[in-house]
Design a protein around this ligand. Structure first.
Ligand code: ATP
Length: 354
């Protein structure tokens, strides 16, 4: 297995800047997820690492050695695509063994490695079937098996679960996490699904418009987003984000939003006045006792998702979502007294965390 280092990877398609000076280091045996909206350049980056398309600028190192001049085959990386790309006329065993056969591995060795991989993935019973006779989840496992059987230095997975229904997806996600522990391989995994990214990744790189906005452990990305894009892209329901300014009111540091104030006294900020954006996650808003807090919202709609409730409310001229326990009772129109811990508030200046 290998570490991966990307230095200043840039790629244009005509006028489209698909990737702009991307730097990334993935440790040996790390599970790193590239997360971002459609069109942000995730697949292009994976294809460049695999050697399927050339970069315009920048370098790719595997274990500290440049692979820029190497063909896809010589880079010794395995890619699993969203489409799985299985050969329909071959059996599962033949599909699994195909790459090894092309590399001149002996028949006995192929048989042994195919069987070993099939056992690892729990698909021994399927070896004689053709892809058309398999379910989506089984096909996905065969596609993974085809990558695993080669024992490559690096796995590149491009949205490998997106053809599965939601329930199967959640199960296969867990399997994949277990599998990573067992094979201890280096994995770069592309998805636009934040839940997938947060549950699978040792680290997550959040991308937009061909740039990496933030790389970090899932909990860091969630609790300390570096900019307003990362703050809004991660988290469901979405973070409440408001434009306003920092002011001193009654001697206390306050955020003045459109029609409301949030007390920020005690918050350590680099600046103490001027235009800012403030982000408050729905679960970081507490419901206080009537009369004890100056901050109030008016409930508009309640969404009950079973395990918890979301209150959609108005605060000043803005909307606000509050995440609360399932036994919380509020009616539309009711006034909700709010408490907000200043330590949980995210403050941004020109889109960047301060
Ligand atoms: P998705 O999640 O939808 O697959 P992505 O993040 O993987 O999106 P890419 O497929 O890497 O995004 O595309 C990045 C940008 O480059 C997009 O604007 C896309 O339209 C453009 N692009 C990708 N491949 C080509 C190509 N062969 N020719 C021209 N433009 C391309």
């Amino acid at each position: 297995m290998a570490s991966v280092t990307l230095k200043g990877i840039t790629k244009r398609f005509g006028k489209i800047m698909a990737l702009s000076r991307v730097d990334l280091h993935v440790e040996d045996r790390e599970f790193c997820v590239l997360l971002g909206p459609s069109g942000c350049g995730k697949s292009t980056l994976l294809n460049i690492i695999a050697g399927l398309i050339p970069q315009d600028e920048g370098r790719i190192l595997l274990d500290g050695r440049s692979v820029d001049g190497l063909s896809p085959r010589d880079r010794d990386v395995a890619m699993v695509f969203q489409s799985y790309a299985l050969y329909p006329h071959m059996t599962v065993a033949q599909n699994l063994g195909f790459g090894l056969r092309m590399r001149g591995v002996s028949k006995t060795d192929i048989r042994e490695r195919v069987l070993e991989t099939a056992r690892l993935l729990g698909i021994e019973d399927l070896l004689d079937r053709k892809p058309g006779e398999l379910s989506g989840g089984q096909r996905q496992r065969v596609a993974m098996g085809r990558a695993l059987v080669r024992r490559p230095r690096l796995f590149l997975l491009d949205e490998p679960l997106s053809n599965l229904d939601a329930r199967l997806r959640a199960n296969v996600r867990l399997e994949l996490k277990r599998l990573h522990r067992r094979i201890r391989g280096t994995i770069l995994y592309v998805t636009h699904d934040q839940v997938e990214a947060m549950t699978l990744g040792d680290r997550v790189a959040v991308m937009r418009h061909g740039k990496v906005h933030q790389i970090g452990r899932p909990e860091t990305i969630y609790s300390r987003p570096q900019d307003t894009f990362v703050a809004t892209f991660i988290g469901s329901p979405e973070i409440n984000l408001y434009q306003g300014s920092l002011v001193r009111k009654d001697g206390r540091l306050q955020f003045k939003g459109p029609g409301f104030f949030v007390d920020l006294e005690g918050y350590q900020l680099k600046v103490e006045e001027g235009e800012v954006e403030v982000g408050i996650r729905p679960e970081d808003i507490g419901i206080g006792k009537a009369g004890t807090t100056a901050l109030k919202a008016r409930a508009e709609m309640i969404s009950d998702v079973g395990s918890e409730k979301y209150i959609h409310a108005r605060i000043g001229q803005e909307s606000l979502t509050i995440r609360c326990p399932k036994d919380t009772v509020f009616q539309p129109g009711e006034i909700i007294p709010l408490t907000i811990d200043p330590g949980r508030v995210h403050v941004f200046h020109k889109g960047r965390r301060i």
